[in-house]
Design a protein around this ligand. Structure first.
Ligand code: F6P
Length: 320
């Protein structure tokens, strides 16, 4: 193996730059050349890349976003697109590719691995933490902390005004972020896409809370639960409480990665290059039982990571 490619794809996540730096520096220390494909899969479709060296990835470890930029590529969802990307790898004599991204990107990586002889290794990076085969993805911890910082402030104003706040966090399909954030800010209610909510239960919980003397209420809701504006109106109508909505959204995708996100990026980057050097492909690196491991991409893509519903119950108990 002489030349490897590197691509960041899908929604960005804080720590992607740290992963780029780690892959490049580990690879270069093992005499590999690294081509950084730009704008996600688009770079492989249009043969757009730059040589990455230990110096060109200096000063990025602490930055959010991705210096390679990223995109969601509809063309890559089609077989012709994947074949075109495979041709780009052949054209440039790239014999290994590291794909940094979330579930969609890892599915793309698996598709690509079926069309090329180049070895493909995935690094899970998404604020959603919804990738099977790893207990944590790069960026998740940062997004959790960003949301916590915001909601702690919201709690102050919620207390002063004796209000209920619905805080919408990201997570169109899965509730890992909402669950961890809700638990760690002491939310009275956590709503996740995996569990259909009941308005009656929400109303009952809020009424009980206020009867117990609580001066404010925080509902952490994943964006995927439905229309939070409508939910706000319904809660106000049924309870007469003063309810506000705060959508924290895309801020959770940016910002300086936490120590935890940087550490994962370094460890995952290291293992990804090691796998390629050991002639292993079609795999994703991950964290399991506190150890850096790897798992077949096929397994990652066909298995849904399950949400620990015990944590929802724990949050309820802690909010009494
Ligand atoms: O990166 C994951 C994620 O933030 C999801 O939580 C969210 O639903 C989605 O990306 C939004 O993505 P886009 O960048 O396409 O708006």
């Amino acid at each position: 193996m002489k030349k490897i490619g590197l691509v960041t794809s899908g929604g960005d996540a804080p720590g992607m730059n740290a992963a780029i730096r780690a892959v490049v520096r580990i690879a270069c220390s093992r005499d590999l050349q690294v081509f950084g494909f730009e704008r996600g899969w688009e770079g492989l479709l249009t043969n757009t890349f730059r040589r990455l060296t230990p110096r060109s990835v200096g000063g990025i470890l602490h930055l959010g976003g991705t210096i390679l930029r990223t995109s969601r590529s509809p063309e890559f969802k089609k077989r012709e697109g994947v074949q075109k990307a495979a041709e780009t790898l052949t054209l440039n004599n790239v014999d290994g590719l590291v794909v940094v991204g979330g579930d969609g990107s890892l599915r793309g990586a698996l598709e690509l691995s079926r069309e090329t002889d180049a070895r493909i290794v995935g690094i899970p990076a998404t604020i959603d933490n919804d990738v099977f085969g790893t207990e944590e993805t790069i960026g998740f911890d940062t997004a959790v902390n960003t949301a916590i910082t915001e909601i702690d402030k919201i709690r102050d104003t919620a207390n002063s005004h004796e209000r209920v706040f619905i805080v919408e966090v990201m997570g169109r399909k899965r509730g890992f972020l909402a669950l961890t954030v809700g638990l760690t800010v002491g939310a009275e209610i956590i709503l996740v896409p995996e569990v259909k909510y009941s308005l009656e239960n929400i109303v009952r919980t809020l009424e009980e809370s206020s009867a117990k003397g609580k001066k404010s209420g925080i509902i952490v809701a994943a964006e995927g639960i439905g229309d939070t504006r409508k939910l706000l109106r319904e809660i106000e109508e049924k309870t007469g409480l003063d309810v506000r909505l705060s959508i924290s959204g895309y801020a959770q995708r940016g910002g300086h990665p936490t120590a935890r996100s940087r550490l994962l990026a370094n460890l995952f980057g290291n293992r990804a290059v090691e796998l390629l050097l050991n002639k292993q492909g079609k795999r994703m690196v991950g964290l399991q039982k506190g150890r850096i491991t790897s798992i077949e991409l096929e397994q990652v893509c066909k298995t849904e990571k399950s949400l620990d519903l015990n944590l929802l119950r724990l949050a309820q108990t802690l909010a009494i």
